[in-house]
Write a protein that binds this ligand. Sequence first.
Ligand SMILES: *[C@@H]1O[C@H](CO)[C@@H](O)[C@H](O)[C@H]1NC(C)=O
Ligand SMILES: *[C@@H]1O[C@H](CO)[C@@H](O)[C@H](O)[C@H]1NC(C)=O
Length: 346
Amino acid sequence: MAVHDILHSLFSLDHVTFVLGVSSCILGMLLVVVCKYTVSRENSDHTGKAAVYSSAQCKNADCVRCSAKESLNAAIQERMKSTLEFSARNSTIKLSDRMIKSFKHYFAMTNSADRIDNSNQNVRASNLQNPSIFYMQNLSSDYCFEELTEYSEYDKVLTILKSSFEEVREEFDGLWSDFVDEIDADGWQENSLSDGGGKWFTFHLINQGRRQTLNMNRCPATSHMIKKVETLAVNNCIFGFVTFSVLMPGTHITSHCGATNTRIRCHLGLHIPEDCTLTVNGQDLHWTEGKCLLFDDSFQHEARHSGLSSSSYPRSVLMIDLWHPELSREERDILQNVFHSDLLNL
Ligand SMILES: *[C@@H]1O[C@H](CO)[C@@H](O)[C@H](O)[C@H]1NC(C)=O
Ligand SMILES: *[C@@H]1O[C@H](CO)[C@@H](O)[C@H](O)[C@H]1NC(C)=O
């Protein structure tokens, strides 16, 4: 039986311990779901207006950071404990030392009842790196990457992304013009921006690990490409997004840290006007059309489109989350199961 299947059965809903742990969290989970999905496609009224997140907490695509986070933490801790217990008595799942340490650190950070003293542990590579949900220890932490071609799996995936650029952009153009021409706003969402100003629109193909089937059906070539890169993409896991992301001129997404350092965020540049900057860990980076920009979004980062609406055009990228290249297949399976998207289904 593959590690993946064992973990899956471990967390299946007839697993008694898990059900007990989870039932206390169902209310919290509902909050997450409501928070994230109240604004669904049904609300779209074909007037060309994207659904707008109403919750003040849902400022970013990573809604798991919202007020229901405590209940989500409880469910995640339950899964970590089950995994630790299972691996202690059954050698089919062998947890790496860094995984065990990271789980323990997670308990310490999120559970004041058994808080341990972290003060002497140098758990962050930099104080500008501060993942809001899960920090995996002992992963090398570079905040940006040129190509990652030394990893053959990355090399393959980046080649597929770049060679699909033309058809992905063509599909994006169709979706975007349907939206701006008020023909079809389905699937488009406007993310609220805390204080930076401007407008930021997203169209999810995969949202917190869940496939958005209706959206995917509208861009078959892009969906086919996603299928080809899914061995490296973060799938079925709350950390995984595949999203068209559009910044209008004059938009500033203010500085923040993403959910985890276990993923590398990849942006395939689709339409890149001048005066657009992604600042990661204090360094200014720039997108290029047809190329991938890779960065660790657990570092502080902000995005700016400083062009004028009169003379510029929107900055558009396809964002896709990939596993950190140093994680083993087994570690990815464990993370996928602990942070599985079914946390949002309960
Ligand atoms: C370990 O787990 C696997 C998969 O659940 C199971 O088939 C096997 O019997 C278990 N071994 C022990 C020693 O419990
Ligand atoms: C940390 O990573 C290094 C290099 O990959 C490895 O040799 C070491 O055993 C790891 N330590 C832990 C605690 O996982």
